[in-house]
Design a protein around this ligand. Structure first.
Ligand code: AN7
Length: 354
């Protein structure tokens, strides 16, 4: 039998050549025992996408996207990014042996992600503007210069990311009642929904989980559209959150996310930066699961939804935690009290441990 991975599901993936791969997917599914007890949810799980080759779920989309670039004989790939897409694109382009260009919003990208994009050899351009402006610029660049655009507006990115739902069902042995994801450009929630509708159409499953999207309170255009019952997403001109990965005001997949949430009886909710950082700490200290701030939003969101009575406490719930703790060490250092400094003597150590 095939190992748990993106290409385990290759018959449902649209690439004809041997794929460009870093053995992505096959990430752990953890039962959140202590956090679940604390918030009153017995069957709460976290799918740790930070355990992918470059530390986020983006690798699932990039193995498809960069493979398609090679299949289409493209000579260069590009993206705008809040960080993880650029880190993943740089690594997969290097794996494929083609050049990459990434556009980042100046001063708003976690340092681990910038380090990855640089070390993997991408041309890293820092623009004096938001992610949304960077996306406009890279779109124009790709159209005018025949470069392959690999943001989640590229459908092949979503093809790879739809495997998250497949792995969750293969790992649980049943379809969960709800899948919760942090939402930025809204590609991931749309991708997971698309994949599950395909399994439903194939008759492999007979229900689809409630798709639940969580955003930061300062950057929540999808939440506003769902809670305001709007026909489409109204962009947020000045998104702001410590969870810089999801600091996106104009989600390119916004409309697809509205469909995913509405068609499945799901929910969209926002959480504050404090709730995000508090849950990042709880995941690390109560469960041993290290994630970056944006990833903790999904668990912080289900906690809030449970507290306001929106969740049936018997539900089987999977929260996708999307990126590794190491991506954003600066935010961690800013949150934690510093190491205790002592002289290199045992008495000093013993007194420090009092
Ligand atoms: C850790 C983490 N968690 C959640 C999201 C939101 O996923 P989408 O809703 O599919 O966008 C992102 C997105 C990052 C970028 O958009 C980028 O890297 O440019 C992320 O890095």
């Amino acid at each position: 039998s095939r190992p748990l991975s993106v290409w385990r599901y290759r018959e449902l993936l649209p690439v004809d050549i041997p794929p460009v791969t870093l053995q992505e997917g096959g990430t752990p599914l953890y039962h959140l025992k202590r956090i679940g007890e604390e918030i009153g949810l017995k069957n709460l799980y976290a799918k740790h996408e930070g355990m992918n080759p470059t530390g986020s779920f983006k690798d699932r989309g990039m193995t498809l996207g960069v493979s398609m670039a090679i299949q289409l004989n493209m000579k260069m790939v590009a993206c705008a990014s809040t960080g993880n897409t650029s880190a993943s694109l740089a690594a997969y382009a290097a794996r494929a042996g083609i050049p990459s260009v990434v556009l980042l919003p100046a001063g708003k990208v976690a340092i681990g992600k910038v380090a990855q994009a640089l070390m993997h050899g991408a041309r890293v351009i820092s623009i004096n503007g938001n992610f949304d402006r960077a996306l406009e610029m890279v779109h124009e660049l790709c159209i005018s210069h025949g470069i392959y655009l690999l943001n989640s507006v590229n459908p092949y990115r979503l093809e790879g990311q739809k495997t998250i739902g497949y792995e969750v069902i293969d790992q649980l042995g049943y379809v969960p009642d709800r899948i919760v994801l942090p939402v930025g450009n809204a590609g991931n929630i749309s991708a997971v929904y698309k994949g599950l509708t395909e399994w439903l159409d194939l008759g492999w499953i007979d229900t689809i989980p409630k798709m639940t999207g969580i955003q930061a309170a300062g950057s929540a255009p999808v939440v506003r559209a769902i809670q305001g019952d709007l026909p489409s997403v109204v962009p947020d001109a000045s998104p702001e959150t410590v969870a810089t990965a999801i600091r996106i005001g104009a989600p390119v997949n916004g409309e697809k996310a509205l469909i995913a949430i509405r068609k499945t009886g799901g929910i969209a909710e926002s959480v504050t930066d404090e709730e995000i950082l508090s849950m990042q700490r709880d995941l690390a200290r109560l469960e041993g699961i290290g994630v970056e701030p944006a990833s903790a939003a999904s668990v912080a969101g289900i906690k809030k939804l449970q507290e306001i009575g929106m969740i049936d406490s018997d539900e089987e719930i999977v929260c996708v935690v999307t990126g590794h703790l190491l991506k954003d060490p600066q935010t961690v250092i800013a949150q934690c009290s510093p190491p205790i400094e002592i002289d290199a003597t045992l008495p000093a150590l013993l007194s420090a441990l009092q």
